[in-house]
Design a protein around this ligand. Structure first.
Ligand code: URA
Length: 430
C-alpha cells in the first residue's frame, strides 16, 4: 500500500488513530530524508494536540528503535541496569550512582546526553574533568563494561537516529511537551541501548518538564509500560524538583559535590536519592542485590564506589586526581533578614546557572566548565542577615547581571521553618 505524509498528517490532525503501518512508514521515511522536516513538524504538532493511544505509542517507539541498531549486552558476565532522569537542576545523581551500582556487581551502560536550556547534561559535567572524553568506539565501550562495569558516554550515531532528528525538530517547533513524544523519545534510546533493567527518575516541579504530579505519573506509567513491552524490567520514582538537588548547579561544581558523596559525605538529599535509585537498580537486576556486594550504603562507606569511579574516569582518559577548573569571578548574594530560607526555586537557579555559562542555548554552543551556583543555604536552613545565601561563579563578569535578575523572586526568607516536602514522592512499577 502506498503511503503519503499528507495522509498521515491529516489522519492525526482529524483525531484518528494511526495504524502501525502508517507509523512505521513515516518514521522510516523521515529518517531516510523522504519525509520533509516541515511535514514531520506538522505531524508532531498534531500528536501534541490530539495525543496517541497506548498502541500508537508502542508502534512509534518500536519504529524509532528500528531506525538504528539495538545493542545486545546479553554476553556480559554481569546483569545490566541503567537509570534515566527526565532532567532537573543540580541533578548530578548519575555521577555517583553509576560507579556505586557497578561496585555492587551490576554493569551500568549509561548512554547520556548534553544539557539544553536550564537543565544540565551529564556529559557536560564529566567534561569538566581534565582529559575525560565522552566519545568511545563500540569496542572501547564494551571493553569498559566488561572490565570496569561502568560507562558513561555519548550515544553513537546508530542509536535511534530517528529520535536524534525528531528531537532537534521538536526543540524548535514547540512540540517537546507531549507525553507520547517524550516517552517514546526517552524509551527508544534506553531500549536500543540494550540494558536489561531500567529505573526512571521522573522529576516533578518548577525545575522539571512535568510541573504536576499527575502529568509526571502519566509520563512514568507510559514509560514503564513501554519498557516492559520490550522486555526491559522498568520502574520509576517520582521525585521532587521544586528546589535544586544538592548545593551546586554547574559542571565542575557538580563533579566536586559528587566526589563528596563517593567519599562518604555530601548533601543529604543527593545521598538519599543516590541510594534509593541504586537499590531500585539492584532489585531490578536480580539476585546480585541479595549478595555480599549488593549493599550500596556499604559500597559508599568502604570506598568501593570511589575506586570504581576512579577506574571509570581513567578508562576514558580523564585524570581523577587533576584539580577541577574554578571560576575567575565569584559574586555573593546575601540574606537581607534573619530567619529561615523558606524557598529556593529550581527553575530560577537553573536559568541563573545557564546564564552564567554552565548551559547552552543552542546545540552547537560550548559550555563553561567552571560556571554555576553554590547554594550556601537550602530551604529549611536558618540564616542571619548578611549571611551568604548564593555564590554565582563565572569567568565572564558580563554574565552576572542576567544571572542575578534570574534569581530575583526565586528565593525567600521568613520567620518560620518551612515544612519540607518529601524528596521521593511515589514509586511506579511492579
Ligand atoms: N529527553 C529526551 O530524550 N526526549 C524528550 O523528548 C525529552 C527529554
Amino acid at each position: 500500500m502506498s503511503m503519503s505524509a499528507v495522509d498521515v498528517i491529516r489522519a492525526k490532525r482529524d483525531g484518528h488513530r494511526l495504524t502501525r503501518e502508517q507509523i512505521s512508514w513515516v518514521i522510516g521515511a523521515y529518517t531516510r530524508g523522504e519525509v520533509a522536516d516541515e511535514q514531520m513538524s506538522a505531524l508532531a504538532m498534531a500528536i501534541l494536540l490530539n495525543g496517541m493511544d497506548p498502541a500508537e505509542i508502542a508502534a512509534w517507539t518500536a519504529a524509532m528503535i528500528a531506525s538504528g541498531e539495538r545493542m545486545d549486552l546479553s554476553g556480559l558476565a554481569r546483569p545490566t541496569a541503567d537509570k534515566h532522569s527526565t532532567g532537573g537542576v543540580g541533578d548530578k545523581i548519575t555521577l555517583p550512582l553509576t560507579p556505586l551500582v557497578a561496585a555492587c556487581g551490576v554493569a551500568v551502560p549509561q548512554l547520556s546526553g548534553r544539557g539544553l536550556g536550564h537543565t544540565g547534561g551529564t556529559l557536560d559535567k564529566l567534561e569538566a574533568i581534565p582529559g575525560w572524553r565522552a566519545r568511545l568506539t563500540h569496542t572501547e565501550y564494551l571493553a569498559q563494561l566488561h572490565g570496569v562495569g561502568a560507562v558513561i558516554c555519548a550515544a553513537g550515531d546508530d542509536l535511534a537516529p530517528a529520535d536524534r532528528k525528531l528531537y532537534a525538530l521538536r526543540d524548535v517547533t514547540g512540540t517537546v511537551e507531549s507525553i507520547p513524544l517524550i516517552a517514546s523519545s526517552i524509551m527508544s534510546k534506553k531500549i536500543a541501548e540494550g540494558t536489561a533493567a531500567l529505573v526512571l527518575d521522573v522529576k516533578v516541579g518548577s525545575g522539571a518538564f512535568m510541573r504536576s504530579a499527575d502529568q509526571a505519573r502519566e509520563l512514568a506509567r507510559t514509560m514503564v509500560a513501554l519498557g516492559e513491552a520490550h522486555g526491559v524490567r522498568t520502574s520509576a520514582l517520582l521525585t521532587g524538583m521544586d528546589t535544586p538537588l544538592g548545593r551546586t548547579a554547574g559542571n565542575a561544581l557538580e563533579v566536586a559535590e559528587s566526589l563528596e558523596v563517593l567519599a562518604g559525605g555530601g548533601p543529604a538529599d543527593v545521598v538519599e536519592l543516590t541510594l534509593a535509585l541504586a537499590r531500585e537498580m539492584l532489585d531490578a537486576a536480580g539476585p546480585f542485590a541479595a549478595g555480599p556486594l549488593g549493599d550500596p550504603e556499604k559500597a559508599l562507606a568502604d570506598g568501593r564506589a570511589m575506586d570504581t569511579w576512579r577506574r571509570m574516569i581513567a578508562a576514558q582518559d580523564g585524570d581523577p586526581d587533576a584539580p577541577l577548573p574554578t571560576a575567575r569571578e565569584v559574586h555573593q548574594i546575601t540574606a537581607t533578614e534573619s530567619g529561615y530560607l523558606t524557598r529556593l526555586d529550581a527553575y530560577a537557579v537553573g536559568v541563573a546557572a545557564w546564564r552564567l555559562g554552565a548551559g547552552r542555548a543552542r546545540k552547537e554552543d560550548a559550555v563553561s566548565p567552571s560556571a554555576g551556583i553554590v547554594m550556601r543555604a537550602k530551604p529549611g536552613d536558618r540564616v542571619t542577615a548578611g549571611q551568604v545565601l548564593l555564590e554565582l561563579h563565572t569567568d565572564d563578569p558580563d554574565r552576572l547581571p542576567g544571572a542575578v535578575e534570574a534569581l530575583e523572586g526565586g528565593y525567600e526568607t521568613g520567620p518560620s521553618w518551612p515544612a519540607e516536602p518529601p524528596l521521593i514522592l511515589e514509586r511506579i512499577g511492579e
